[in-house]
Design a binder for this molecule. Structure first.
Ligand SMILES: NC(=O)c1ccc[n+]([C@@H]2O[C@H](COP(=O)([O-])OP(=O)(O)OC[C@H]3O[C@@H](n4cnc5c(N)ncnc54)[C@H](OP(=O)(O)O)[C@@H]3O)[C@@H](O)[C@H]2O)c1
Length: 263
């Protein structure tokens, strides 16, 4: 990760010994993206989102986000996972992006141990219908059990299948749907307060509308996609757009990596 010429040091430059910019190490990225220290007492959850968008607002191309991404984006993606207790993700993203379990990464092992975290974050799939392939490694062989966040009216046979596969089913809604605020609280009650959501847009829109999103990590990809792709957050508009403040901005190869926190 380097920075644009003339940018302030906090925007991301690490000068090498010879004065030439060099790539940020994963440890440096982890320090730059560290979760805020929780206030004393009951630990409060902190929910950050990580999304990528083209210049014209596309959140996917041909059903995937990968065509909008780059190697530096994937390094930040991996770093944010490396810092999180749980990765909250909508079922459609799990289906379309063929999610597997999160891996343990040597680069984050010491930091995770010191923070009292397991070897990798739990993936928490948000689903009402539970139309998921429970024979996939995401459910059968993760390092830490995958969570399924659903409503009380979830189909009982599918709940049973999820549990049989090894998933932990957490009810966070009275009907079919998950109540976003209740889901965040349920994860915090399980000791997972450093939360990351990777979308997709329909889930992120609800997290925004419910007022539970604390931070937005947005990669702006120097690409134009046209078409009718979703934006990074969809669903009904909020009454008043939520205001966020820029916390940091990194650049590599024309890609911008912004980090915005709620004001
Ligand atoms: N640009 C990016 O950074 C980025 C990130 C992620 C995904 N994407 C792209 O976005 C697309 C998928 O996103 P999407 O918006 O269509 O779907 P999504 O938000 O990933 O998932 C929607 C699904 O999540 C479940 N869900 C969402 N809210 C729920 C609630 N309140 N209660 C219960 N279940 C709920 C439902 O699952 P069930 O149908 O199982 O009930 C729903 O169909 C893919 O093309 C992916 O590539 C882009």
């Amino acid at each position: 990760m380097t920075r644009p010429p003339g940018a302030a040091p906090e925007s991301g430059q690490v000068p090498g010994g010879d004065g030439v910019d060099r790539e940020w190490t994963l440890a440096e990225l982890a320090a730059a993206y560290a979760y805020p220290e929780p206030p004393p007492g009951t630990p409060e959850p902190w929910l950050r989102a990580n999304m990528v968008s083209s210049l014209d607002g596309a959140a996917q191309h041909e059903g995937r986000s990968q065509p909008l991404s780059c190697a530096a984006d994937m390094r930040i993606f991996g770093t944010l996972r490396g810092l999180a207790d749980a990765v909250v993700v909508g079922a459609e993203t799990v289906r379309q992006e063929e999610y597997g379990p999160a891996r343990a990464r040597e680069a984050f092992a010491a930091r995770r141990k010191a923070a009292g975290q397991g070897p990798a974050p739990a993936i928490a799939v948000v689903s009402a219908g539970l139309d998921l392939d429970f024979s996939l490694p995401l459910f059968t062989s993760p390092l830490v059990p995958t969570l399924v966040l659903t409503g009380a009216a979830a189909p009982p046979d599918r709940v049973a299948r999820a549990e049989k596969a090894g998933a932990r089913v957490v009810v966070a809604g009275d009907g079919a749907s998950v109540d976003p605020a209740r889901a965040v609280r349920a994860l915090a009650d399980l000791g997972m307060t450093r939360l990351l959501t990777e979308g997709g847009p329909r889930l992120l829109g609800q997290l925004v509308a419910a007022g539970v999103l604390d931070e937005m990590c947005l990669t702006v990809s120097p690409m134009l996609a046209a078409g009718d792709a979703q934006r990074i957050a969809s669903g009904p508009p909020v009454a008043v757009p939520r205001r966020f403040a820029l916390a940091s901005l990194l650049e590599e190869d024309g890609f911008l990596f912004g980090r915005y926190c709620r004001t």
